[in-house]
Design a protein around this ligand. Structure first.
Ligand code: PLP
Length: 429
């Protein structure tokens, strides 16, 4: 029996098996055939505390029976207000920077980034209307960046086979080279030169580029990039969609650099990974540029489910977990467990370039067929699946981004699978 379901980032023509999952708890997925999988990538980077967290599940159930969905254009509800206040409390802060003070809700990381870009362009548009600034339209991006799969977010992301069909529609951006180790100054110089052309904004994934291959760069580079933008009055947009909610060891990655962005996008772990919700945080000057007695100035963006009450209740429960439980302690324990095992794995001759930031580790498997389109990644995925581990390698980069509840025994099992994958697929580096 064939299914009518069309899966994302999946080639149906290769007839790869599609496991059927019936239940999840903690870091474990239960399959219809009775097997289990350890969720090594937090179901695509969203699950933070663990699947079906009781506090979040209870908040969803309670809210679903009280107020499900409300038009959000000019109406409000307590779950949204609570999440907005909580986000402002938790957002990165610095004495010498305007705080993030306004919250715009949407439904996914892509829409949170689209909203960020529209806010930045709206800011300059409205300033220009008042004769306060020259119009600015260009966006600066970091090489190898990923910000989503809509036309706008693909425009600010890396171009490649995954967006070739739409390249003619993507808007032009200026790309700053990734700050590879030893080449950081070239990145900063390129950013300085590009900022002198008065672009509207610079968008980055802070400290680690996820889909680009788990590429890590140091906090001082992030701090310098933000400082250069501030000097040139170029809006600094942090895409914390993946890095947020503790992934990098701190609640937000920007904290590690003392950076307060002008605009920040969050999604994925905002509900603990239970239900879709996203938010774009902005400083007062972005908000004020859209505030007017003139109706034509309002911020023209909405989606039907903006600030859905059930999703907001899940996010409020997640924020309560962050406030009341030692989440950072759990993250530090997991990070240490990952580090010890990664150090050992790195001694395996088939692996190279071990790297880690908080609860994210990555290592490159040395094989002759390593390109993004080679069948290595799906073969590794299938191999790991047979051993009870859900992995989704990026080309020959194997990474882990597990839920924070992964215990020592599960960690051992996960790394045993990685070691076996090295034996089965690798060649000596
Ligand atoms: C996943 C991701 C997005 C897109 O989020 P979706 O919820 O999948 O639309 C945007 N930016 C970054 C950095 C991401 O990792």
């Amino acid at each position: 029996m064939t299914s009518p379901v069309w899966h994302p980032f999946f080639q149906h023509g290769l007839n790869e098996p599609i496991p059927h999952v019936v239940k999840a708890e903690g870091a474990l997925l239960h399959l219809a055939d009775g097997g289990t999988l350890i969720d090594g990538i937090s179901s695509w980077w969203v699950t933070t505390h663990g699947h079906c967290h009781p506090r979040i599940a209870a908040a969803i159930a309670e809210q679903a029976g009280k107020l499900d969905q409300l038009i959000f254009a000019g109406y409000t509800h307590e779950p949204a207000e609570e999440v907005a206040r909580g986000l402002i409390d938790l957002a990165p802060k610095a004495a010498d920077r305007d705080p993030l003070a306004h919250i715009f809700f949407s439904d996914s990381g892509s829409t949170a980034v689209e909203v960020a870009l529209k806010m930045a362009l709206g800011y300059w548009h409205n300033l220009a209307l008042d004769g306060l600034a020259a119009p600015r339209h260009r966006i600066l991006v970091l090489q190898h960046g990923y910000h989503g799969d809509t036309i706008g977010t693909m425009s600010v992301g890396e171009r490649g086979v995954y967006n070739a069909a739409w390249t003619p529609l993507l808007f032009d951006v200026d790309t700053i080279p990734f700050p590879h180790e030893g080449q950081e100054q070239a990145t900063l110089d390129a950013l300085e030169a590009a900022c002198a052309q008065q672009p509207a904004a610079f968008i980055v994934e802070p400290l680690i580029l996820g889909a680009g291959g788990m590429l890590i760069y140091p906090a001082w580079v992030l701090r310098e990039m933000a400082a250069i933008c501030a000097r040139h009055d170029v809006l600094f947009i942090a895409d914390e969609v993946m890095t947020g909610w503790g992934r990098t060891g701190t609640l937000f990655a920007c904290e590690q650099a003392g950076v307060v962005p002008d605009i920040m996008a969050v999604a994925k772990g905002i509900t603990g990974g239970a239900i879709p919700l996203a938010a774009t945080l902005a400083t007062s000057r972005i908000f004020e540029a859209h505030k007017s007695t003139d109706r034509a100035r309002l911020f023209y963006h909405s989606s039907s489910y903006t600030a859905n009450a059930i999703a907001c209740a899940a996010a409020a429960a997640n924020l309560a977990i962050w406030r009341e439980e030692d989440v950072l302690g759990r993250i530090a324990t997991l990070a240490r467990g990952l580090e010890q095992r990664l150090d050992k794995l790195a001694e395996h001759p088939a692996f190279a370039h071990p790297r880690q930031l908080g609860t994210v580790i990555a290592i490159d498997l040395m094989t002759p067929d390593a390109g993004y389109l080679s069948d290595l990644a799906p073969r590794l995925r299938a191999f790991a699946g047979e051993q009870g581990l859900l992995l989704r390698p990026l080309g020959n980069t194997i990474y882990l981004m597990p839920p924070y509840c992964l215990d020592a025994d599960q960690l051992d099992r996960v790394f045993a699978v990685l070691r076996k994958a090295g034996d089965a697929f690798g060649v000596s580096a």
